[in-house]
Write a protein that binds this ligand. Structure first.
Ligand code: FAD
Length: 553
């Protein structure tokens, strides 16, 4: 554990030396002692200490200093360290000021100079104050802190980004957490500069871009090798499984992910149908396990990096990223899954992340405590989200156009929902408009049977209405079906142009695309059976064919 600080400030060199010596003699084993002759310098120091998440147990300040009076200095320290004990060093003539400070500033003690012998006049007082401080002190979170507005889209994205990359953080809502404001004082920023990220070493970034933040927190941004055996695009269950099998079988493997590894599965509040986890596990937990496993085997993960194109050169594959970087590999597995369909309501976009969320139940559920929440969609994902959020929210309403969720959700979910008193299913209903200022406030619902419209308060609207393939970035290098899913294996043989694009003696391998050595796995593959287990199976299987292809090369 890091030792707390005692900070001393006194412009008189002789007094400073004396108090520093006496305090150091008795307390240096349990406290770090910092002394300065300048009040302004001391204030800068304590801002820095706050950012580094250091604790200060005691401030000792002389009253008479040219830069500012001791009571002013101590008052300023309170803006940053409100619970630190305060001692004012005074001359006899300052007694009145000191007594006033006891009332106004909650000064803990005023010490008349000189204090000899310290065993009698100094140590008993300091012992007493430090004991009291220790008894009240609760250690702070030591990692990254995000300070922002609860309903700000950027704050939401930062939280998702860090949690998705398994980086623990402490979220501090500037409107409800009094400690949050102290970080603004320490960084000399104001609320317009939020969100603010304070890193473990006390440095900070205001309103960061993801690549900047990724770099600062040590996420890998550049490939280590010139050539890889396999490059995997997308870090969902398919991509992660492929990476685990690739690295564990000794292939030089790199995975590129545009946001955070885990894919859709990471936003699942509870996965109940994954083999080997009879009581279920959260998507975040599954992703955490998979990321740890693949890193242990030596996979390189580049994140956040968005792939924008693939080109071929002399039989090798070149993957281009949106930031202009490129990675070369012998094979590629495309595992870019699917992306949420947006709900087409005018004005909805401006609330995305500010009350409107696509698949973020696990990140935002706590913020819905005692609130009324709406979920659009009646599939498994929507129902899982409802089961998770209902543990926090006062009321969860599932909005569906159909007459029931029986045909769209798994049986166990239908049953659980019917047994949960704070979940309602609003059938034959759709959301037709949304309103709010900076954050979502109300939504208007329309019942298609009765035609009735009503506007209701809504703190959050979670949307789960299907998805489209994650191939909008992909040029025409591989064949896709009419919906944009990638065609592989035997299905390629059905294409009229097969003999034109396929020049090898052998037929395409099961997960192979129209380009030899480029494979597709998981939800992005045409005719794939969606779901986590299938994606994991497909990712693992693709590696078997990657090896076969490499043997051919
Ligand atoms: C809320 C929710 C709950 C679910 N619950 C279950 C469940 O309980 N059981 C179950 O079996 N299934 C469940 N599913 C479905 C399951 O999560 C998916 O079938 C599975 O995640 C598909 O895996 P994938 O790897 O193919 O694709 P995805 O999980 O979609 O992952 C694709 C990845 O590729 C990345 N990517 C996309 N484009 C690019 C690019 N250009 N560059 C770099 N990276 C890119 C994405 O960011 C993403 O991380 C759920 C889905 C959701 C949304």
């Amino acid at each position: 554990m890091k030792l707390p600080f005692i900070v001393i400030v006194d412009d008189d060199e002789q007094v400073l030396r004396a108090i520093q010596r006496d305090i150091r003699t008795k307390y240096h084993h349990e406290y770090r002692i910092s002394a300065t002759d300048s009040a302004n310098e001391a204030l800068e120091l304590i801002k820095e200490l706050k950012l580094k998440n250091e604790t200060v147990a005691l401030f000792i300040s002389d009253q008479r200093m040219p830069e500012m009076e001791g009571i002013i200095f101590l008052e300023k320290t309170k803006e940053i360290y409100p619970d630190t004990k305060l001692i004012l060093l005074t001359a006899y003539s300052d007694t009145n000021v000191a007594i006033q400070a006891i009332n106004n500033l909650k000064l803990n003690y005023y010490l008349l100079k000189p204090w000899n012998p310290p065993e009698e006049k100094l140590y008993p007082i300091v012992d007493d104050l430090l004991d009291e401080w220790q008894a009240q002190y609760k250690p702070d979170h030591e990692g990254i802190r995000i300070i922002g507005f609860q309903w700000s889209p950027k704050s939401h994205q930062l939280k998702e980004f860090l949690s998705g990359n398994l980086i623990p953080y402490l979220w501090m809502d500037v409107e409800s957490n009094p400690d949050a404001e102290k970080y603004l004082v320490s960084t000399n920023l104001n609320r317009d500069n939020l969100p603010l990220v304070i890193l473990k070493d006390g440095t900070w970034i205001s309103d960061p871009t993801f690549p900047d933040l990724a770099q600062r927190i040590g996420l890998k941004q550049t490939a280590s090798h010139k050539m890889y055996d396999v490059l995997i695009i997308g870090g969902g269950p398919a991509g992660l499984a492929a990476s685990v099998y690739g690295s564990s079988e000794g292939l030089k493997t790199i995975l590129v992910e545009k946001s955070n590894p885990g894919g859709q599965a990471s936003s699942s509040a509870r996965i109940e149908n994954y083999l080997g986890f009879p009581t279920g596990l959260s998507g975040a937990d599954l992703s955490r396990r998979a990321i740890t496993q693949t890193l242990r085997f030596g996979t390189e993960i580049l994140t956040p990096k968005t792939v924008k194109n693939i080109r071929l050169q002399d039989g090798y594959k070149i993957t281009e990223m949106t930031d202009g970087t490129e990675v070369h590999s012998k094979t590629i597995i495309i595992a870019t899954g699917i992306q949420y369909t947006q709900l087409g309501i005018p004005g909805l976009d401006k609330f995305t992340g500010a009350g409107v969320y696509y698949g973020s139940a696990s990140v935002e559920a706590h913020a819905c405590k005692n609130e009324i929440v709406y979920i659009v969609g009646g599939g498994n994902s929507a129902c899982q989200a409802a089961m998770h959020i209902c543990k926090f929210a006062k009321e969860v309403n599932i909005v569906i156009r159909r007459e029931s969720i029986k045909k769209t959700a798994a049986n166990y979910l239908v049953e659980n929902i019917s047994r949960t008193p704070n979940i309602n299913v609003l059938t034959h209903t759709e959301v037709i408009s949304v309103e709010g200022d900076k954050v979502l406030k109300n939504i208007t619902l329309k019942n298609s049977s009765t035609g009735e419209e009503k506007t209701v308060p809504a703190k959050a609207l979670f949307i789960y209405i299907g998805a489209k393939p994650g191939t909008s970035w992909l040029n025409d290098i591989v064949l896709k079906d009419e919906k944009g899913f990638i065609i592989t294996g035997g299905d390629l043989l059905k294409e009229k142009s097969f003999n034109i694009f396929w020049k090898l003696e052998r037929k395409p391998f099961l997960p192979e695309t129209s380009v030899p050595g480029i494979f597709a796995s998981g939800d992005v593959r045409s005719t794939a059976q969606t779901g986590i287990s299938s994606a994991v199976g497909e990712g693992a299987m693709a590696i078997r064919f990657v090896r076969k292809y490499l043997e051919e090369m």
